[in-house]
Design a protein around this ligand. Structure first.
Ligand code: ADP
Ligand code: MG
Length: 319
């Protein structure tokens, strides 16, 4: 018979690294490295809101951990431990096996141990808590940006939002080629958290955030908490390029689309060369897209320095 304990044993109990006591007792026991903060964050994935009902279980497992690891990256923290609280509508062994493979594939790639959690029956809901470490005083915070910092982003923005539009059949026939569609759906369902970048930026960036709700919304949090404004140059934004989509659609996808899980960070201008060489070492595109300003408003300009009005704002779960 499949009991709650069999499910835990079979799908969620794997060997743990840097852990004194993992799954199986009332609580896990871990030791924190001397001179470090614990960085702790949680993210919940709800069926229908954060993934579509027919999303492959492997990808749901991957993404539920990856979005949490992305928060560690954004803090400049090294992810180490995770807990998983999961509500399942029924015991579907095929689904569980795939979910667990996806979760642990991500855990292994980023050196994270699953040390505990909770398993219960209910509408599909996956709640992961992530715990990492960052040396005291080195965390990349949202409130650390300074006026005249350069604003940078990693990777390419808008692919995930385009993948979602494709899955929701919001695109016309032939707007995306098969391979563009695959790339975008992969970006949506299997994001790569930028942990190496976050760690490399500890002594370089003044502030950082991961882009989960759209660049403008998330950069907006950094600017608000740092009491700053910004100028953004659209032609410098590394955006998804599809000839069959018009410019304002591309702007909406890249500036306001969600689920990129790239990092947006600010750094003083004299760090430019160091930042570019980090990008080369990590084989990760890093683009300087603007500057922060004392004046607390955000302006986006095109290549001719004409202001751009964004029609779509970032994602808000309550709107
Ligand atoms: P308790 O009743 O004391 O809360 P549980 O019976 O819920 O304990 O869980 C037993 C053990 O299995 C605990 O160590 C818990 O952390 C772990 N556990 C439960 N669900 C999961 C899960 N989905 N993933 C990882 N560990 C889990
Ligand atoms: Mg419990």
């Amino acid at each position: 018979m499949t009991t709650e304990f069999n499910i835990i044993k079979q799908y969620f109990d794997r060997p743990c690294a840097h852990t004194d006591l993992g799954v199986g007792d009332d609580a896990a026991l871990i030791q924190i490295s001397p001179g470090h903060h614990l960085a702790i964050s949680a993210d919940m994935l709800v069926a229908g809101t954060h993934f579509l009902a027919d999303c492959p279980a492997f990808d749901i497992g991957w993404k539920s951990l990856a979005v949490n690891i992305s928060d560690m990256a954004a803090m400049g923290a090294t992810p180490k431990w995770a807990t998983l609280s999961i509500a399942l509508p029924n015991v579907d062994e095929v689904w569980l096996a795939e979910f667990s493979s996806g979760f642990f594939a991500c855990a292994e790639q980023f050196g994270v141990s699953l040390i505990g959690g909770d398993t219960t029956r209910g509408p599909l809901n996956i709640s992961v808590q992530i715990i990492g470490e960052v040396p005291n005083g080195k965390a990349l915070r949202r409130d650390g940006a300074k006026a005249d910092d350069e604003i940078w982003v990693s990777g390419i923005l808008g692919e995930a939002a385009l993948g979602l539009a494709a899955l929701q059949n919001k695109l016309n026939e032939n707007q995306l080629s098969h391979s563009e569609k695959d790339t975008c759906i992969d970006a949506l369902q299997k994001p790569e958290p930028r942990v190496g970048l976050g760690v490399a930026l500890r002594d370089i960036a003044h502030s950082a955030i991961d882009i989960s709700d759209g660049l403008m919304a998330d950069l907006g949090h950094v600017l608000a908490q740092s009491h700053l404004g910004a100028e953004i140059y659209w032609h410098k934004v590394p955006h998804v390029k599809v000839n069959r989509l018009d410019e304002s659609t591309l702007q909406g996808l890249s500036l306001a689309g969600g689920d990129d899980y790239e990092l947006c960070f600010t750094a003083p201008k004299n760090k430019r060369a160091e930042i570019l060489s980090i990008g080369e070492q990590l084989k990760l595109k890093l683009s300087c897209i603007g500057v922060t300003k004392e004046e607390r408003s955000i302006h986006i300009f095109d290549a001719d320095h004409q202001p751009i009005e964004l029609k779509v704002k970032g994602y808000d779960h309550f709107n």
